[in-house]
Design a protein around this ligand. Structure first.
Ligand code: AMP
Length: 599
């Protein structure tokens, strides 16, 4: 179906302007950041929160830093609740609040409500315009007339607060605004917007895949916001390809579960006639008994994968590599419900080396150097400004936004990896909170991730890949011990029973030890010498368990677009633990003590 004429993906005037703006704002980050703070504080001079803290209209940064405390969501929640209940006085922001964005609730507990006002959209859109222009510049061999991105989206229904204020997930809302998501989608999307906006997950995903498969040879980019979402799409394909093939063969939707008439109508604009040849190809590829490289096999012109796979999401890189036969993975941006933050301006790199340049116009940024709190949790070192961060150092990110979050700790730890002009680039290290802490050994998300990666190396020669994992500090016995729930893919096959594979137990025991060996010295001393922690346990769960876990989180209000598997569970999340427990097929313990003195 490709055209004979090669129309390169040319940059237009708007793109050149955006590229110039990236240059300008990163070169002038030192001047822009104080201006951003002044703008935020002068616009919001009359808000209750700032006045309560004694900031009487001053826009001076040192006064601001002296008077306004560092806060997390919990401290702002009473103010946000008042806004949600209809108090329209200027509480946090002087602009009228027209809605809330809702966070996934999977990065740091409960879903958070973040107030937004109308002009906020323009700021967010400028971020995606920069991204779009840079992507076009870096992938110039895209035929701009025919080629299509295939970006999957999981829309979430909007709802309203008691006072009638709209609550939506960020991407669903952006997609619905007149500004629309075309730019976010990196140009032409193979999937029409109205299908992306359907909130019935099954019907939407089925129709998204149907459109994407039907236009298979036009697709140059396969993406979703997070790697986990994209893997969900591949799993869905594994389970539903036969129905999809039948529809493509007949050029009609035979699947009775697609009951939404407008959705059917949208799909039929794409599925214009039967394509038995394509149906044969998909059937042949999906019947081969392996899903390895399925993306290249079904969408042969795909040049790269666009999905965030950094931080805790880097765990999905091996699986993405499996499904795509090592297509380049482009983690395009770093952002949160509260604020869009950084762009990956050099996407052609090893996904493990991805860095994001913080965009100085998005918010006022401050950085809390790590390891600068004393035993009482008091901060003992000054926060530094964006242009004063030091190469190689780790910081916690603190933001002040136009919509009324002042000195707000997002909870992310970042490491400085370089600079784009004067604006620093960061790699995402981990979420801040310690996730496993039986004996004050303070295992954090990246410690655990490294351990799981090591264990993944032990399993690799046996053709097994870790699909997903989470953890739990089990204190039902004394001493307590760490439990890791694992879902595996073995030689491309789902792993559902204890007997359908031939990996000896000793290999799993070695996996337990590999994890323990890579945890902190504290952990290993407590385990091996003080014996105050019992051997680590791996509980293997049935294939599909982590999909069910996601569904449970979504039923509880999380958005699938933003969903990230929680890397640890606590005793308050008993329904998650119960679900995992009911799917355990085998369990293994470390048989040796971890070595002390490795690190
Ligand atoms: P949410 O507000 O629910 O969308 O979650 C935002 C959080 O997702 C951020 O604070 C990060 O912890 C995480 N996140 C967002 N972008 C990235 C990224 N590029 N790499 C790693 N983690 C990310």
């Amino acid at each position: 179906m490709s055209s004979n004429v090669e129309h390169k993906w040319l940059l237009d005037e708007k793109d050149y302007e955006a590229l110039q703006q990236i240059q300008d704002i990163t070169s002038n980050a030192d001047e822009i950041q104080p201006l951003i703070l002044t703008e935020i504080l002068s616009t919001n001079a009359n808000v209750e929160y700032l006045q309560q803290h004694g900031l009487d209209g001053s826009t001076d940064s040192s006064t601001f830093k002296k008077l306004i405390p560092l806060v997390s969501y919990e401290q702002l929640q009473p103010y946000i609740t008042r806004i949600a209940e209809g108090d329209d006085s200027p509480i946090l922001c002087s602009n009228p609040i027209t809605g809330f964005f809702v966070s996934s609730g999977t990065s740091g507990g409960e879903p958070k409500l973040v107030p937004i006002y109308e002009q906020e959209f323009e700021r967010r859109l400028s971020f995606f315009n920069y991204l779009m222009a840079r992507t076009k510049q870096l992938f110039p061999n895209i035929n701009c007339y025919n080629d299509k991105a295939m970006n999957f989206h999981f829309a979430k229904p909007d709802h309203k607060t008691k006072a009638g204020i709209l609550v939506s997930s960020v991407f669903t809302r952006l997609l619905k605004t007149s500004l629309n998501l075309k730019s976010i989608a990196t140009g032409n999307n193979a999937i029409p917007d109205d299908i992306l906006l359907c909130t019935d997950t099954y019907q939407s995903l089925y129709c998204q895949l149907l459109c994407g498969l039907y236009q298979n040879d036009l697709v140059f980019q396969v993406g979703s916001i997070f790697a986990s979402g994209l893997l969900h799409v591949f799993k869905f394909l594994e389970n539903h390809w036969a129905d999809l093939v039948s529809d493509i063969r007949t050029g009609s939707i035979n699947n009775p579960k697609i009951t939404d008439l407008s959705l059917r109508e949208s799909v039929m604009k794409i599925l214009v006639k039967p394509n038995p040849q394509l149906a044969d190809l998909i059937e042949t590829e999906c019947s081969k008994g392996t899903w390895k490289g399925i993306v290249r096999r079904l969408w042969p012109n795909t040049k790269y994968i666009k999905a965030i796979a950094t931080g805790s999401l880097s765990q999905y890189i091996p699986l993405l590599n499996y499904y795509t036969n090592n297509l380049p993975i482009f983690s395009d941006h770093y952002g949160s419900t509260e604020c869009l933050l950084g762009l990956n301006l050099d996407p052609i790199c090893d996904p493990n080396e991805t860095s994001y340049t913080l965009i100085p116009t998005m918010a006022y940024f401050e950085f809390l150097p790590m390891d600068t709190t004393n035993i009482n949790g008091e901060v003992t070192q000054e926060l530094v400004d964006l242009v004063d961060v030091k190469l190689g150092q780790e910081y916690e990110l603190v933001i002040t936004t136009f919509a009324g979050l002042y000195r707000y700790c997002i909870g992310d730890i970042l490491r400085v990896t370089g600079f784009t002009n004067k604006a620093p680039k960061f790699s995402f290290v981990r979420r801040k909170n310690v996730i496993l802490n039986l004996e004050y050994e303070k295992t954090n998300e990246s410690d655990l991730r490294l351990g799981v990666e090591k264990a993944g190396g032990v399993l690799k020669p046996f053709g097994a890949t870790i699909v997903d994992y989470t953890s739990y500090a089990d204190t039902s016995t004394i001493p307590g011990h760490y439990v890791l729930y694992w879902e595996l893919l073995i030689d491309g096959n789902d792993h559902n029973t204890q007997t359908n594979h031939f990996i000896p137990s000793s290999v799993y025991n070695d996996c337990c030890l590999a994890i323990e060996d890579s945890l902190s010295t504290f952990y290993r001393i407590k385990r091996s010498q003080e014996k105050t922690i019992n051997p680590l346990e791996i509980r293997v769960v049935k294939s599909g368990t982590f999909e069910k876990l996601m569904q449970l989180a979504i039923n509880g209000g999380a958005s699938m677009n933003q969903y990230k598997t929680p890397r640890s569970l606590n005793s308050n999340q008993i329904h998650f633990i119960q679900l995992l427990e009911s799917n355990v097929i085998s369990s293994y313990f470390s048989q040796k003590n971890p070595r002390v003195g490795l690190h």
